[in-house]
Design a protein around this ligand. Structure first.
Ligand code: AMP
Ligand code: MG
Length: 300
């Protein structure tokens, strides 16, 4: 397939997943976690393979050009499939050009800084693809659903008012705009899992010894906050899908389909950047040819 055709196909594929900037999202009815765009699993495997090799090619050019960086933010409810998505989508790329960062409960040192500090420290450099496994969006998700997290953040009184979430949305949008304007493109994927599929995945984590480590009793307690999370996710998607960094809601009940979508969203961003291998100017070219002649002269 030609590059142009592949680009069009990817763009068309992800369009229904994009949250239109300015629109209002209600996850209880707007996005179906089981949607699969009519793709059959058998064809899906082939599609993912194509996507992965496309990514590998673009990543090599991104690194060589050394001008743009890409930040992929992955958010999901527990068992949404973030780890597996990262493993599969990045399976073909050069590990040297990728940096994956996971974010857990903040440390004492992190709490001693402004809330975006720890995320800023792990941003990709130019030429790199950075992946956030959980991201700065936790600051308006888990922190909102469990406000005791906000209390731990040592904020001044005036920064803790009822408008704190609206303010954070604005600050996050501004931060992402700043990054985008300076060559770090921000891509955001929300893995949208249904409550029933989460139940099934938790059961597997309990029943299969090799999956036990992924489960904690706290995960089931967190499930009791399902509706609060859905509301927090819905508001976050509505407020922070921007023209410079839109959200993509990826149906996550079928792992194989979610992976194709995530790969396509990332590919779309790289296609947009269209990184090129640097070409040499006249003098550099001359130097190269000179070096070649020298090496040839050494021939035994
Ligand atoms: P896991 O992804 O299973 O390793 O769990 C990481 C845990 O860290 C989850 O329970 C998150 O809710 C929690 N976490 C991540 N970011 C934050 C944050 N900014 N504040 C509080 N808890 C967080
Ligand atoms: Mg966990």
């Amino acid at each position: 397939m030609s590059d142009g055709r592949a680009a069009k196909r990817v763009a068309k594929f992800i369009k229904p997943l994009r949250v239109k900037p300015g629109s209002t999202v209600d996850l209880t009815e707007d996005y179906d976690p089981r949607y699969k765009a009519g793709v059959k699993k058998r064809d899906g495997v082939e599609l993912l393979r194509t996507g992965v090799s496309l990514l590998a090619d673009y990543q090599a050019r991104l690194a060589a050009q050394d001008t743009y960086g890409v930040l992929l933010c992955l958010q999901a409810i527990d068992a949404g499939g973030k780890d597996g998505t990262i493993r599969h989508v990045m399976s073909g790329v050069n590990p040297q050009g990728v940096r994956v960062s996971g974010f857990k409960v903040p440390s004492a040192e992190e709490l001693d800084h402004d809330y975006l500090w720890r995320y800023a420290q792990r941003l990709p450099s130019r030429g790199e693809i950075g992946i956030f496994n959980r991201s700065h969006y936790e600051e308006v998700l888990v922190v909102r659903v469990h406000p005791e997290n906000l209390d731990r953040q040592k904020l001044p009184e005036e920064a803790k008012g009822p408008d704190v979430w609206q303010r954070r949305y604005r600050e996050i949008n501004d931060w992402e705009r700043y990054l985008t304007d300076n060559g770090i493109k921000v891509v955001k994927v929300f893995l949208n899992l249904s409550e029933e599929e989460q139940r099934q995945r938790f059961l597997k984590r309990i029943d299969r010894p090799e999956k036990n480590w992924k489960f904690s009793a706290a995960d089931v307690r967190e499930r009791e906050h399902w509706d609060d999370y859905l509301e927090a996710f819905s508001e976050m998607l509505s407020a922070t899908s921007t023209p410079w960094a839109p959200w993509y809601v990826v149906p996550a009940d079928r792992k194989w389909f979610a992976r194709i979508c995530a790969a396509a969203v990332l590919a779309h961003t790289l296609i947009g950047i269209d990184p090129q291998y640097p070409s040499l100017d006249g003098q550099a070219r001359e130097e190269l040819l000179d070096a070649r002649r020298g090496l040839e002269a050494e021939a035994p």
